[in-house]
Design a protein around this ligand. Sequence first.
Ligand code: C5P
Length: 231
Amino acid sequence: MSRKIKVSPAQPEVILALDVDTFKEAKHFINKLYPKIKIFKVGIHFFTACGPEIIEFIHKLGAQVFLDLKFFDIPNTVASAVRVAVNLRVKMLTLHILGGQDMLKQAVIAAREEAGRLKVKRPLLIGVTVLTSKKTTSSNVLTLARVGIESGLDGVVCSVKEIPLLRKKIKRIFVTVTPGIRPGRSGHDDQKRVATVKDAVSAGSNFLVIGRPILRAKQPLRAAEELLGDI
Ligand code: C5P
């Protein structure tokens, strides 16, 4: 099933990174933050701890799932994992662009075929360029983003500061997903290429991934409201 990507830079969406240990904690945050936040990111931390059960919980509520397992393996294995993710009805998922063109193209075919078979919307396939916890050059991110988009991915994960270059140099329609969002511009943790919500919005990021600034706040809902207030 082909998929038209809606890109509306005027209305970026915030995704909560559910980086917690237990189902109970995850439910606590989801119940507190939905419907203020409508997309929840299930990554390797929580998925390793609790598996796919949370996906059903999120869907039942009416919210959506970003499955951030950063697939990086041989093409056949990644394609098989993508088929399973389509069955889980996730909104979007990640793969490492460093996995190479064959891996990415097989993933795109698998997503299309499985979604067609099930007659469902296929997930957005999002390529990880360079982790925001690493310092890198914008041209390095551009090289990887090009490989990803030319292989048929729907978008890339990058830092806010790389968006203008990617938009200028890659003439196709694609979505940008930006982690490393912090209340201030200087990082105090493992994230190196950080930016504020305002920066992300003015750069035209489509999805802002936020974890610790909300999860570790004394009042997570208030922290989310403050951050969302800048959109
Ligand atoms: O807590 P924090 O706001 O740093 O969370 C960022 C989230 O985005 C984490 O779950 C991390 O795994 C994810 N992520 C990232 N950098 C990428 C891709 C995903 O930080 N390139």
